[in-house]
Each structure stands twice: as structure tokens, then as C-alpha cells.
Design a protein around this ligand. Structure first.
Ligand code: PBG
Length: 329
């Protein structure tokens, strides 16, 4: 008779024995189809540049965007999100259509070359106005209801040019209803709304504001973006957007809001996006440059955590390097 050996009856390490076993039991993965790549569309021609080495933020003129995106499409990227960055600013919306010219050209060229590429476009005023706020400003105040008309106009223009999902990131009250109503009135019933439902006033947007020329020229965004500590208020925000007709919800920044992502996942059946914002990437790049962490492993870990929290899709500047790496293999 064998003497029973002593030791733990349950051994978790059986599931971690080697790479093949770990791969078999992986609960969460990050695939290219889960990632959406942002691009900053600038006026003129012949421009394709990363704002600084490894910032991950790419500015492209309309003539360069299709060749730029081709390898991403080839590798199976989930989609592309366009941010218009006009040179000339205008505070009353009268030049909106002209300001959006490059975005229109980019949209049309992408739509033509890649009929099934999922196209998102940001809807917000901060890159379009001289003051850099996300809504209309009168006497230093960001005026809610007047902003809605401009946001809705922007959404209709983008939808009419071939954008699949307009993505309001302005955080004005009632914008989802205003945009949905305007799209329907324009018979753009198939254009969806991906709402930046929970967007915190965050220190992690810095590099983006350089790339998008969108830094506020006075004050800050705290009268419209959310306070980072408020979980219940976050629930009210996304529930409102659901009621107003959002097709999908976005939470940002991602890594500082994993609990909020989890809340939305458990309480809503809408698709959930999380935006791994410019500063989240910058933190990893800077730490890796100082030799403190391994960038690739740290990046994978953050993306996995965001997916594990419940995000279906991650808007991330890592989509491009991942696609390039996948193609090189
Ligand atoms: C602006 C907008 C911002 C981001 C997306 N849309 C910046 C802001 O609110 O100032 C941030 C994205 C990033 O940092 O990568 N409406």
C-alpha cells in the first residue's frame, strides 16, 4: 500500500505548468479585431508623421491615410477612428464643413478603398475652436444647449460621408439624443453612435492635446468632464446615454476606470469600448526608456486587464504597432 503524500490537495500550478497549458486555459485575449486605431487627420498633403518617437500618435493628411491604413486592414484591425485637426479655428461653427474637409477626404478615400473597414469619427469642438473647449463658449462659460446643434451638425456631416459610428467625446448633456435625432432626420438611420459615456477630467490626455491642437486656452474641462472619484455619477452618465439611444458605450481613460468598465459590463448589454489614452501609453514608454519596465509585456498586461474588466473593444495607439508586428510574422 502506498503512503499518501502530504501537501495541498488542490494545486493551481497544474494549470500553469507550461506555455501550452497556459494557452489552453487563457480566459482573456487581446486580438487585433478588438483594437481600434486613432488617426489625426491634418490639412494639406504629403504628411504622415508620429508626433514624437513612439508616442503612438499618428498625424496623416488625407492623401496618405489609405496606404497607411492598408497594412492594419490586412492584419485584421477592428477599426479606425478619425480626429479632424483643422489649422484654422472658428468659434461659432460657421466654418465647420470647411474645417472638416480633410476628414471628409480621408473618410471618402478609406470608404472607397476598404468598403468594410469600420470607421469611427470623433465628434467634439475642442480641435475646431480657438478656445479649445469642447462646446460653444460665451463670456468664459461653456454653453450646453447651443453646443448640441453644432455637434449634431458635425455628426450628420460625418455620417453622410461614410463614417459608420460617430463618437461624441464632448461630454455635453443631451448630445446623444441630439445627434441620434439629427441623424434620423437626415435619414442616416444606419449611422451608429458610440458615446464617450464616461469620460473623466484626466491628466492623461496631455500628448493627445498636442497632436489634436485641442488644449483649452483658459480654465479646464472640469465643468463638463467627470470627476475621477465618482462611480455612481458614472453610472448615471452611461445610463442616460443608453436611454438617449447610444449603440455602444466608451469609458476613458481605461486603466484608471477598470471598476467602471466592470460596472457597465455587468449592468448593460451594449458593446463596451475603453480608450487607452495617450498618457496611459506615455507612462509605459517613459518607464521603458528609463529601463524600469519591459514595454511590450507591460502593454500586453494593461490591454489584458482592460479586456478582463469587460471591454469588448479598446481604442489604443498600440493597434498600429501590433498590426505591423503581426504582418512581419
Ligand atoms: C477631446 C478628446 C480628448 C481625447 C479624446 N477626445 C482629449 C480631451 O478631452 O482633452 C483624449 C484621448 C487621448 O488622450 O488619447 N474631445
Amino acid at each position: 500500500m502506498k503512503t499518501p503524500i502530504t501537501g495541498p490537495a488542490v494545486r493551481m500550478r497544474r494549470l500553469r505548468r507550461n506555455a501550452a497549458v497556459r494557452r489552453l486555459f487563457a480566459e482573456t485575449t487581446v486580438e487585433l479585431r478588438n483594437l481600434v486605431m486613432p488617426y489625426f487627420i491634418v490639412p494639406g498633403s504629403g504628411t504622415l508623421r508620429e508626433t514624437s518617437t513612439n508616442s503612438g500618435l499618428w498625424q496623416s493628411s488625407a492623401d496618405k491615410i489609405a496606404d497607411e491604413v492598408a497594412p492594419l486592414v490586412d492584419a485584421g484591425v477592428g477599426g479606425v477612428m478619425l480626429f479632424g485637426v483643422p489649422d484654422d479655428k472658428c468659434d461659432d461653427g460657421s466654418k465647420l464643413e470647411a474645417q472638416l474637409g480633410p476628414t471628409r477626404a480621408a473618410t471618402e478615400v478609406l470608404r472607397k478603398r476598404f468598403p468594410e473597414l469600420v470607421l469611427f469619427a470623433d465628434v467634439c469642438l475642442c480641435s475646431f475652436t480657438s478656445h479649445g473647449h469642447c462646446g460653444v463658449v460665451h463670456d468664459g462659460v461653456i454653453v450646453n444647449d447651443e453646443s448640441l446643434a453644432l455637434l449634431a451638425k458635425m455628426a450628420v456631416l460625418l455620417g453622410s460621408w461614410g463614417i459608420d459610428f460617430v463618437s461624441p467625446s464632448d461630454m455635453m448633456d443631451g448630445r446623444v439624443a441630439a445627434i441620434r435625432g439629427a441623424l434620423d432626420e437626415a435619414r442616416l438611420v444606419d449611422v451608429g453612435v458610440l458615446s464617450y459615456a464616461v469620460k473623466m477630467a484626466s491628466a492623461f490626455y496631455g500628448p493627445f492635446r498636442d497632436a489634436a491642437h485641442s488644449a483649452p486656452q483658459f480654465g479646464d474641462r472640469k465643468s463638463y468632464q467627470m470627476p475621477a472619484g465618482n462611480r455612481r455619477e458614472a453610472r448615471r452618465e452611461w445610463q442616460l446615454d443608453v436611454a438617449e439611444g447610444a449603440d455602444a458605450l466608451l469609458v476613458k481613460p481605461a486603466l484608471t476606470n477598470l471598476d467602471v468598465i466592470r460596472d457597465v459590463r455587468e449592468q448593460s448589454d451594449l458593446p463596451i469600448f475603453a480608450y487607452q489614452v495617450s498618457g496611459e501609453r506615455a507612462v509605459l514608454v517613459a518607464a521603458a526608456e528609463r529601463g524600469l519596465i519591459d514595454f511590450a509585456r507591460a502593454m500586453e498586461e494593461t490591454l489584458l486587464s482592460i479586456r478582463r474588466a469587460g471591454a469588448d473593444v479598446i481604442v489604443s495607439y498600440e493597434a498600429r504597432p501590433r498590426a505591423m508586428a503581426a504582418r512581419a510574422r
